[in-house]
Design a protein around this ligand. Structure first.
Ligand SMILES: [Zn+2]
Length: 86
């Protein structure tokens, strides 16, 4: 159903409007800081919603539960979720 390398589906539901909601997250457990190169530290998650992804004749909302990272090095300001491989 969701063919994006490095991502997997957490669950699929329908919201009150009948829209299909697919919650996904990336598989990557470790990533490096692009500033200093050390292994980044997990810093929670946030949901990024992508609309207009139709499937099976229905509107689909992809809710990407992104991992947020931070650098353990003081002064190296960076936080993001690695992108999935298309
Ligand atoms: Zn860093």
């Amino acid at each position: 159903m969701f063919n994006a390398s490095g991502m997997h589906v957490l669950d699929v539901t329908r919201d009150d409007a009948g829209q299909l909601v697919v919650r996904v997250e990336t598989d990557q457990a470790l990533t490096g800081c692009p500033v200093c190169g050390v292994v980044a530290v997990g810093h929670g998650r946030r949901v990024h919603c992508a609309h207009d992804a139709p499937a099976f004749g229905s509107a689909v909302l992809v809710a990407w539960v992104k991992r947020i990272w931070r650098s353990p090095t003081p002064g190296a300001r960076w936080a993001r979720s690695p992108r999935p491989t298309p």
